[in-house]
Ligand binder design. Structure first.
Ligand code: NAI
Length: 738
């Protein structure tokens, strides 16, 4: 056995009583990660504790950084190729072995979790016999691996399953990446003790060591049984048939590779001994690390999200700004949500509508949201009252005095929007930022109604505002850099993610999601079973099924947008091309009187009293499967069947192809914005890493995607024709990157 002299990222501190404190402290780094130096250090430490076992009374693991431990080194992980599977697997087993050697030393090992313990951090803590967490601000505990397409591979699956049981481990911790506060982690049984100061953290750790001279993990007791049983046991098997359905409900769609592998590692691992479970876990972990999905997700949810949020698109050289008092015009669904988001961020809000009653109704929305948060114990009455006191409902423009930003969210009518800005321009501060939350109207057109067009910008929020993390910032032709920078800062001030696009009808998000909806509807028109269409959207990984989403948005909306777009296209001398979905939507509204959920009937039936969604409307099959239904003409025939893969890809491809056109047109100027915007704004499946990364990562890369687009074009219509930019990239062997 080698006796280490150095463990470069883990400091060894030993006191007179034989208590060893292992201080995780990667020199020169702001956080500790599972990099090569750490793995070497872990091996060295395992050697040393075994060699000096008799002199050691117990071990405390803590960190010198603000966080306890950050997890895997994503810079390394994103570069791993399929040829490195064996290397990844062996490295993973090395980490597991080192942790296991410390865990089975027979001496008490305590994790003194001084800050966030996410992913690898939580796994190190779980390999300890006792876990004490400091209740520090921002200290979160959880397994975010799944959100990056990975699984907790350093014993995280095997140990969590043993500690909490298969069902709780999966649904509460492993499959959704939820991060918990130390107190909630304690309630869930993953942490034993929570303290409020660093001193207490170490005092309690020492007290545990003194009281438990010979510690071992519960799963190392031969009589230990996994709580709730394992899927092989009869008791568990009773619940098993419902498990996939529950899972699907919780995950909001079909599981992607990381979720499937976590599920498999947990279930298979629960039926074998701990060592075998670790090997199973290593196998599933390796498969993910060398695969494409993890790369897509790490790229999007780590690197690109960081680039977008840190202002890669914010104009250089403009001073950082902060809004103190914002006017929200229109207290309807969107205005009410925007008012809440701003007040939550500490901004004073004047919420204006046509009457005080209407404005107060908008404020009541915040009251309702806060009542729920309070009931869950996630805020205090005092904090609730402070937030509500920041929202002033009014109908009087004079109350807007001193507002340094305006966000307009009145009805989607250009004349009304012009009017409400005119009403208030003289009252607000002379250089206030002017924003419109329009979802479809050109910003350049709306800017004509204000005196300072260079301060006017689009700020497109998504519904429901409190849940949706994205805001699409739209630059009009006359919008100045200063306004763009201020809009960006405002979006960050309320902790949302800003993407920036140039003005165009429907901008990026509304235009692209329109293609998804149209494609689903077109399939119904072709006579394809509507239930299969819904299934295809879910299987592709979309969070909402396509026809149900169409019903939510109402079928009258695309008709209105279509008419406006047609008029604008023809006025500009362009050629208007109808979409195969148009005729289906027209028949649904005109012939069958089914305009969507708010009208009581759409592609689905709705319960007349509760408004709850019932099944798909049986008439769909009757009227649209019979042929000549106005779908794509002669292609329509009874009970049309096309490959399921084609159904999924038609939805994914139509969105991806139009995104490339938006890049060509200069509406989109950044790949990161397109990827992040597509996932966070319009539900493009997260496993793809976003709409352009989907093209990069497609089998055969950009060229493979282009070839497949041509096949879809031949089979389903010219809307799948690859745009010139795509063909060019394919020919040059390039990818979509910033
Ligand atoms: P809404 O109909 O719920 O609310 C509009 C509100 O504006 C009403 O409360 C109305 O009383 C008020 N209003 C009308 N005239 C006014 C005036 N002169 N002064 C002050 N307030 C006045 O509409 P919603 O859904 O909130 O939409 C508002 C805007 O946000 C529209 O431009 C819409 O296109 C856009 N938008 C809507 C989204 C959605 O999902 N509903 C998503 C993103 C943007």
């Amino acid at each position: 056995m080698t006796h280490p002299t150095t463990a470069s990222t883990i400091r060894w501190e030993q006191d007179d009583e034989g208590v060893v404190t292992l201080v995780l402290d990667d020199p020169g780094q702001s956080a500790n990660t599972m990099n090569a130096a750490f793995i070497d250090s872990l091996d060295a430490i395992a050697d040393r504790v075994e060699a000096e076992r008799d002199a050691i009374r117990g071990i405390i693991v803590t960190s010198a950084k603000k966080t306890f431990f950050a997890g895997g080194d994503l810079n390394d992980l994103i570069r791993v190729g399929p040829g490195q599977a064996q290397e990844v697997y062996e490295k993973n087993l090395r980490i597991k072995r080192a942790l296991r050697r410390i865990e089975t030393l027979g001496k008490p090992v305590v994790a003194a979790i001084n800050g966030a313990a996410l992913g690898g951090g939580l796994e190190i803590a779980l390999a300890c016999h006792h876990r004490i967490a400091l209740d520090a601000p921002g200290a979160r505990i959880g397994f975010p691996e799944v959100t990056l397409g990975l699984l907790p591979g350093s014993g995280g699956v095997a140990r969590t399953v043993r500690l909490l049981g298969v069902t709780d481990a999966l649904l509460k911790w492993l499959l959704q990446g939820t991060r918990y506060s130390p107190l909630r982690a304690q309630e869930a049984g993953l942490v034993h003790d929570v303290v409020t100061s660093r001193e207490e953290l170490l005092t309690r750790a020492r007290a545990f060591i003194a009281a438990h001279p010979e510690s071992a993990q519960p799963w190392d007791d031969k009589d230990y049984r996994i709580p709730g049983g394992t899927p092989a046991q009869p008791k568990f098997a009773v619940n098993l048939p419902a498990f996939p359905a529950n899972l699907r409900k919780q995950l909001n769609g079909a599981p992607y590779p990381a979720q499937r592998n976590i599920l498999a590692a947990a279930v298979e691992g629960s039926q074998v001994d701990f060592e075998t479970a670790q090997t199973i876990e290593a196998r599933y972990f390796t498969e993910l690390v060398v695969g494409q999905t993890a790369k897509n997700m790490i790229q999007a949810f780590f690197f690109e999200l960081q680039a977008v949020n840190s202002g890669a698109n914010r104009p250089q050289g403009t001073e950082p700004s902060q809004v103190r008092k914002v006017a929200v015009l229109g207290a309807g669904m969107m205005g009410a949500g925007i008012a809440f988001a701003c007040a939550k961020a500490g901004i004073e809000v004047v919420l204006k509508d046509v009457s005080v009653e209407a404005a107060a109704k908008g404020k009541a929305y915040s009251e309702g949201l806060l009542a729920k948060v309070l009931a869950k114990g996630r805020t205090t009455e005092a904090k609730r009252d402070q937030l509500l006191a920041r929202i002033t409902p009014t109908a009087d423009p004079r109350d807007l005095e001193g507002c340094d930003a305006v966000i307009e969210a009145v009805f989607e009518d250009p004349a009304l929007k012009h009017k409400v800005f005119q009403e208030i321009e003289g009252v607000i501060t002379p250089d206030a930022l002017l924003c419109s939350n329009t979802s479809t109207l050109p910003i350049t057109l709306l800017a004509e109604g204000v005196q300072r067009a260079d301060d006017f910008i689009g700020l497109h929020f998504f519904s429901p505002v409190d849940k949706m993390p994205l805001v699409e910032i739209i630059k009009g032709e006359r919008t100045g850099d200063k306004a763009l920078a201020r809009a960006f800062d405002l979006v960050r001030q309320i902790s949302k993610t800003p993407i920036v696009v140039n003005d165009s009808r429907g901008f990026f998000t509304s235009r692209v999601i329109g293609h998804f909806l149209n494609e689903g509807v077109a399939m119904v028109g072709e006579g394809i079973d509507p239930a299969s269409v819904e299934q295809a959207a879910a299987q592709a990984g979309y969070p909402a099924k396509v026809l149900s989403l169409m019903d939510e948005l109402t079928l009258t909306l695309p008709r209105k947008i279509r008419e406006e777009t047609r008029r604008a296209t023809e006025e500009a001398g362009g050629e208007w091309r109808p979409h195969p979905a148009d005729a289906v939507i027209d028949r649904m509204v005109e012939e069958f009187g089914r305009p969507g959920r708010s009208g009581g009937a759409g592609f689905y039936d709705y319960d007349a009293t509760t408004g709850k969604r019932a099944g798909l409307w049986p008439g769909l099959r009757e009227h649209f499967a019979a042929g000549g239904s106005g779908g794509s003409g002669d292609a329509v025939r009874e009970g049309t069947r096309i490959p399921f893969e084609d159904m999924k890809e038609r939805m994914l491809f139509c969105e991806a192809i139009d995104t490339v056109r938006l890049l060509e047109e200069g509406v989109l100027t950044s790949v990161a914005d397109a990827n992040i915007g597509s996932i966070l704004g319009i539900g493009f499946p997260g496993w793809t890493g976003g709409v352009l990364q989907y093209i990069n990562g497609y089998e055969g890369g950009v060229a493979g995607f282009t070839a497949r687009a041509r096949q879809l074009e031949a089979a389903y219509g010219e809307r799948f024709a690859p745009p010139a930019l795509l063909v060019e990239k394919a020919e040059r062997g390039e990818r979509f990157t910033d």
